[in-house]
Design a protein around this ligand. Structure first.
Ligand code: BGC
Length: 508
């Protein structure tokens, strides 16, 4: 193992020295990353593991749906083998180690541990897999940051309506208890839920994501509500029963793109942008990170009013009890945030393709991207680095600096290849904005995880777009992995704690 890392590091170094000699006058970032800054890389179980029915694993909704609807993904693919990390996890650890980062964020496949979803049967082989993986990471001096739920709900729960059903809070707690009991000696950093907004909006409020519930304006809010309650239940479970002896930390991860007013001088555009941030991020962050807790008042008011106008007897946005508000408030040791892109906002009461009700209609905002922001593959991912700094400042302004921010995902997609100069600049420029957010705006950002360690199964896009620092050859049975230029560049940033914008320059 040690030899493989040394070989990979040598390969990376030789490659960069031979092909990219340092230029005499390199341009560096003005600031350096703090000494104990947490650099890491991220992945998620369904996107890399494969082994969909190996070692007693049960099915997740993504397995079941894609087997029944093979044309759901852009390239008719599924996650059956993915990057085969179920078998290749030792190589993954070597890759993480070769980057010089000390943290790896990954997720547990609920169905691998509890094949039926419920805790009356625990799959030993699944447990052994994760224990071996965590031990391998620790041996390499890498701290695992483990997400409990990253979109892949065990299929049996869909007969109960998935996360629209409040019983999911109990089942999520049961699952978490098993996981803390079985792995808490090895794992000290827990991430409860990944991106409730993306999961609920796309999977429950539209047909874009599995489980394709497509019940807009209602199921998406129910899903969000019970995910939040599930998060707080699991936070308190850990806090009370596991933290005292396991001594770890636990937190929630939200997603947000930055919402920029299309015309800064137009008050309705400014209000539209704020509405988007409050509904897409504040809906989840306010109950947990604000002083008063609960959903943001402006969001509550808007959905209540629209619900009544639409003829509903009560608000489509469920209501927390006082007890739930209290339990949610402060239930996260870090502010986990995933950020990829930004968009321009203008006020717009209705668009032809918006169902009523729906989150789009509740927002009443037309979103577009600035034509000067490049898009390299995924149509939703326009590159606008300053949006990152603005988002971090918005979070700081709204929720203060007491709870440290960890950027749990950030990255960009292209159509593949190891000479990924666009990704090299993306990371350079986004990380520079992060430094400005820390040093010039006073944001308390303590960590950054690049998405993703390697090319993976990108949900609806299948394998058609690539986010990896490492290329994966999905045509080879070995799923061989090769470092891209972005891996070499990221490793240099981690090593020097500084950005050298000329380290890997695109040849003229
Ligand atoms: C998700 C990842 C996904 C990434 C890029 C995030 O919303 O957490 O699972 O791969 O975006 O699409």
């Amino acid at each position: 193992m040690r030899n493989s890392v040394i070989m990979l590091v040598c390969l990376l170094t030789t490659f960069s020295v031979l092909h990219f000699p340092q230029l005499a006058a390199s341009r560096y970032s003005n600031y350096t990353f703090p000494d104990n800054f947490m650099f890491g890389v991220a992945s998620a179980a369904f996107q890399i593991e494969g082994g969909w029915n190996a070692g007693g694993r049960g099915e997740s909704v993504w397995d079941t749906y894609l087997h029944e609807h093979p044309d759901f993904t852009a390239d008719n693919s599924n996650g059956d083998i993915a990057a085969d990390s179920y078998n290749k996890y030792k190589q993954d650890v070597i890759m993480v180690e070769s980057l010089g980062v000390k943290y790896y964020r990954l997720s547990i496949s609920w169905s691998r541990i509890l094949p039926r979803g419920t805790d009356n049967y625990v799959n030993k082989e699944g447990v052994n897999y994760y224990r071996s993986l965590f031990k391998e990471l620790l041996k390499a001096n890498i701290t695992p940051v483990v997400t409990l739920f990253h979109f892949d709900l065990p299929t049996p729960f869909m007969d109960l309506g998935g996360w629209t059903n409040p019983v999911m809070v109990d089942y999520f707690e049961d699952y978490a208890r098993i996981v803390f009991t079985l792995f808490g000696d090895l794992v000290k950093l827990w991430n409860t839920i990944n991106e409730p907004h993306v999961y609920c909006l796309h999977g429950y409020g539209s047909d874009y994501f599995v489980p394709v519930l497509n019940f807009p304006g209602i199921a998406d809010y129910l899903c969000s509500h019970y995910l939040l309650l599930g998060h707080s239940r699991v936070y308190h479970l850990y806090d009370k029963h596991f933290r005292p002896h396991q001594k770890g930390k636990i937190f929630l991860t939200c997603e947000a793109f930055y919402a920029e007013p299309k015309d800064k001088n137009n008050i309705t555009d400014v209000e539209a942008a704020e509405r988007v941030l409050q509904l897409r991020l504040g809906l989840y962050a306010h109950p947990v990170f604000s002083e008063n807790g609960d959903y943001p008042e402006t969001v509550r008011k808007r959905i209540n009013e629209l619900s009544i106008i639409q003829g509903y007897k009560r608000s489509r946005l469920p209501v927390f009890t006082q007890e739930e508000i209290k339990l949610l408030k402060g239930s996260s040791d870090f502010f986990g945030i995933n950020h990829y892109t930004s968009a321009l906002m203008s006020s717009c009461p209705m668009q032809e393709n918006w169902p009523v009700p729906s989150i789009d209609h509740d927002l009443g905002v037309f979103m577009e991207t600035d034509p000067s922001w490049p898009i390299y593959a995924s149509d939703w991912l326009a590159v606008y680095p300053p949006g990152f700094r603005k988002l971090l400042s918005w979070i700081t302004k709204n929720y203060g600096t007491k709870i440290p921010i960890i950027v749990t995902e950030n990255g960009m997609s292209d159509y593949g290849g190891i000479n990924d100069y666009n990704r090299v600049s993306y990371f350079n420029e986004y990380l520079e904005q992060l430094l400005l957010a820390i040093y010039e705006d006073g944001c308390n950002v303590i960590g950054y995880f690049a998405w993703s360690l390697m090319d993976d199964f990108e949900w609806r896009d299948g394998y058609s777009v690539k986010f990896g620092l490492f290329h994966v050859d999905f045509d080879s049975p070995e799923r061989s992995r090769t470092p891209k230029l972005s891996a070499i560049n990221f490793r240099e940033i981690v090593r020097t704690k500084r950005i050298n914008f000329d380290y890997l320059k695109r040849p003229e």
